[in-house]
Structure formats: structure tokens, C-alpha cells
Design a protein around this ligand. Sequence first.
Ligand code: KG4
Ligand code: ZN
Length: 335
Amino acid sequence: MLTLGIETSCDETAISVVDEGEVLSGAIASSVKFHKAFGGIIPEIASRSHVESISYVLKEALDEGGVALKDIELISVTQGPGLPGSLLVGIAFAKALALSLSVPLIGVNHVIAHLYANFMNGTKVRFPFVGLVVSGGHTSLIYAEAVDHYTILGQTHDDAAGEAFDKVAKIMNLGYPGGPIIEERAAKVKSAEMRFPRSYLGPNSLDFSFSGIKTSVLYYVRDHKKRGGVQWQNQINEICHAFQSAVCEVLINKAIAACNRKGADSLMVGGGVSANGALRKGLAESTEAEGISLWLSPKEMCTDNASMIAGFGEALYKKGVRSAFDITAIPDMGI
Ligand code: KG4
Ligand code: ZN
């Protein structure tokens, strides 16, 4: 079964062709370079870029997969959550394609789709499991019982983990997106004496809060920036290390707590922040100690892509799920 996945929830225009979970192609046009100067995504720029790129991205995905448009049998598109204008571009495009090809359409949840990055290319889904989605827009612990049955165990009260990385990078003028830059800076120091507070929101909470860590970095930088020179450059690396350690520690401990609470023996991780090497290493160590099997998305599929959208759509289709042609964007789509 050839499924076309379409993803336009944020700044990536992505289209993939997937055949029974096998990724045949994945084309992506990112508008990130246009947002860099602003230190964050500008929704109007993102949606205009989707309109400009989407037809070319489709052509690239079909060519790379060696597939003709007429052979596509299912269209899966991100319905939410995401930026309204950006989502609408992908959904309108998906509807037009599905109507013209007379094939079914499925609107999928982007957050859950991040977990499907673990199940592509022959990896078999085993339910139930606990999912940790850590991205620029979401930090969610999810209990997955079936392809079409998910419950939220915990989520962020304020900044998402990736958002905190982006904001901390902005505080130090390091560039955007902040995650990869902070990881690279943090790797330049072995350990940091500096320590930022961890927020656990109480001993039994599976929710997250990262705005306190971010504010601590802001105050630290405000008080120490004056030093300049090599000394300040070294401090930037140490700040990155200390910040990254604080975020990773909370994510790891809460993910393990969620598995223990549900008696789950598998943890699936996805989303842009799950590309972070320190997080991956920490999760591997902690899950091994607890006897939990860990599934980490392949690095190239941690950030936004359309293969995960196609894969999730295909799985839902097999469960009998279909979307009507009047679906629209759900910017705050829940689970
Ligand atoms: O999943 P994603 O591509 O988009 C959303 O759905 O939000 O995630 C993007 C986020 C950004 O905040 C980015 O800074 C973060 O993922 N990110 C990272 C790393 N690579 C991307 N955060 C930490 N370490 C990384 N290596
Ligand atoms: Zn995402």
C-alpha cells in the first residue's frame, strides 16, 4: 500500500512516500533560514513558504521514491497541533490530491506521529507502551494502548523542552534552533559545577515545567555577561552543559516514573529534542537499570518529517479509521 504523508505543522514542508511502513522517500523544504533572524518561528513566513514549496516537495518525494502520483493509495496529513496557517496549507493540498486521485484521506495527530518514527522500516509496534514526545511545541508523556487509543500521563505547564533550548540559546545569542547548538556547546565541557534548579512539580506529578530553568539561565547570564573574552566563552559552554543536564534529568526521571506507574516495560521516545545525545545516553542508562526496553527514534526522524505522518496514517487506516473531506486544521489538537 503506497501512502503519501504530508507534514506542514511548523516550518518544515515535508512529503514522504511510505509502503507498508517502509520509507521509500522523504523530501523536506525548511523555511528555518528565514526565521533565524527573529530567534523563533514567524507563522506568516512559515505558511507562505509552505505554499511556495509544497508542489516541488511533492515532485521530489515522488521522484526519489520512483513512484507515480496515480499509484498513491492513501493520503495522510497532519491535522494538528501546529500553526493554523501552516496546517491549512498541508490539509488543503492533501484534500485536493485525495479528491483528484479518489483515494482515502486521514488527518493525524502530529504529537502521536512523532512516536511512529520508531516503527518504520520493519519495526513492529508493540502495545502498550509509554511514549515521551519532546519537541519544540510539546513535552508529553503518553500511555499508548492501541493504534487508536492514547492517554496523556503528563505534559508541560509552560515551555516545551525544545522551546526552552531555543529560548536559552536566544538569551546567549547563540542562534536558532537552539537545541543542536546547545548540545554542541555543552559537549565542550566534561561536567559543570554550575547547577540550575530542576522543577518536578511535586513528588507524584508527571507534568513538566521548564520556564524556571530558563529564567535561572536568564538571571545568570544577566549577572555574568559583563566579563567578556575567553572567560565568558568558557562560561557559555558550562551554562549550556548545566542547562542541558537539568532538562535531561527531569525528562529521564519522569519518563521512568511514568513507566513504573503504568507497569509498562517499553518506552518510546520521539520529537526534535530526542536527537540530543546526552538525553539518549541518559535514557539508555536509566532504562537499562530499570529493565525497561527503550526505543529511540532514528536521529534523522526525530525532527519533523512526513514519514512518521504516513506511517501513523497507514496504521490508522488498517484499523478502519477514515477522515471526512471537511476536516480542517486543529491548532490545539489534543490526544
Ligand atoms: O519535533 P520538532 O522538529 O518540531 C516540533 O514539533 O516542535 O522539534 C524541534 C525542536 C526545536 O526546539 C529544537 O531546538 C529541538 O527540537 N532540537 C534539539 C536538538 N535538535 C533539535 N534539542 C536538543 N538537542 C538537539 N540535538
Ligand atoms: Zn514535531
